[in-house]
Design a protein. Structure first.
Length: 342
């Protein structure tokens, strides 16, 4: 096995990695081990075909819609019924799908595993090595900050860094227990009701109906996908001593869709702020476009604020956001402006 010297792995645990472990980790987090071929290949192929046919029929059913993201309603519910079947797609669509199915069955029936010239699944050493690393409770394999590759850190160090962040009383407050979902949903509904966005009276149905915005923000209520935020850290391998960047994944939390809605509404305003930078790459491009007339040396300085976002006073932050919205909203095209009641 060839030893990889530039593998992008930061071993911060003083843990002696074998050549196989280093090679396995060098594939990165986007690598997905390929399973061995299924014994019942025909059932698997037909299952994939049914999924393909369903997507084709759905696309045909809604083919009157322009194929662009601007047409898609941003307030559409994200969770859909994955078992719903579209009606047959017409003579030409069904003829095509029938031919595809027959061709797949023919290929499977004529398939001879002994004549394969290449192995299409991961070798045993790779899957065994990945399981070995996963089962090792003394180390944690995680991502390095700034897209700097894979980091291997002692579990004890990882836990220590995590508690160091969370026990900072200036930024975080210890909860007495798990949050009450019903109370949180009630708070969100009260905000919607305050701005007349919770429901409206449908004169046709003669009943109160939730608004499109309320349906979007409350779509996780009562669903099994609802969960608490997941806390984890990226390792700042460029810092001495070692530090962690805390991340809380909000996917499928109570505020997840509220966050998505606010972000989408504020993006046009953000981009009109002179100091706005979408990413580090934007800064590089801006510097490349900048012409410096003086022959003197220039120095680029970067300021780093410890626990920036948790340190912002909530009330003051909201007031500054409001002031910025009032100032910048009128600069947007009329169709992109926030309504007065927002």
């Amino acid at each position: 096995m060839t030893y990889i010297t530039n593998d992008g792995i930061h071993n911060l645990a003083n843990y002696e990695l074998t050549d196989q472990q280093r090679m396995a980790l060098s594939f990165g987090f986007n690598f997905i081990p390929v399973p061995k071929p299924l014994k019942d290949l025909q059932s698997y192929i037909l299952q994939q075909y049914e999924d393909y046919a369903r997507r084709i029929r759905i696309k045909h059913l809604f083919n009157h819609s322009p194929d662009n993201s601007e047409y898609i309603d941003p307030l559409r519910p994200t969770f859909t019924d994955s078992t719903w079947q579209a009606p047959p797609g017409g003579k030409h669509i069904e003829s095509y799908l029938k031919q595809v199915r027959e061709n797949l069955i023919s290929e499977v029936n004529n398939f001879d595993p002994s004549k394969r010239t290449s192995r299409q699944y991961s070798p045993p050493w790779l899957t065994n090595t990945l399981k070995e690393l996963s089962d090792n409770r003394d180390i944690i394999v995680t991502e390095a900050d700034k897209n700097m590759g894979v980091a291997v850190v002692k579990t004890s160090d990882y836990v220590h860094l995590g508690f160091k962040h969370l026990m900072d009383g200036n930024s975080y407050e210890l909860c007495d227990g798990l949050p009450n979902y019903e109370d949180l949903w009630k708070c969100l509904e009260e905000i919607l009701s305050k701005h007349n966005r919770l429901q409206y009276f449908d004169t046709w149905k003669k009943t109160w109906t939730k608004t499109k915005l309320a349906k979007f923000l409350l779509q996780l209520k009562g669903r099994e996908e609802l969960k608490l935020g997941t806390f984890y850290m990226l390792m700042k391998v460029h810092k001495t001593p070692l530090a962690g960047r805390p991340i809380v994944s909000s996917i499928n939390t109570i505020t997840y869709f509220a966050s998505k809605y606010i972000d989408r509404r504020l993006q046009p305003i953000y981009k009109r702020i002179p100091s706005f930078l979408k990413s580090s790459r934007d800064l590089i491009l801006e510097l490349e476009r900048t012409y410096f007339t003086s022959n003197k040396d220039f120095y680029i300085l970067c300021a780093d604020v410890d626990s920036l976002y948790p340190s912002i006073p909530i009330e003051k932050g909201l007031q500054m956001m409001k002031d910025s919205l009032v100032k910048r909203n009128n600069e947007l095209p009329k169709e992109g402006q926030l309504p007065a009641d927002e």
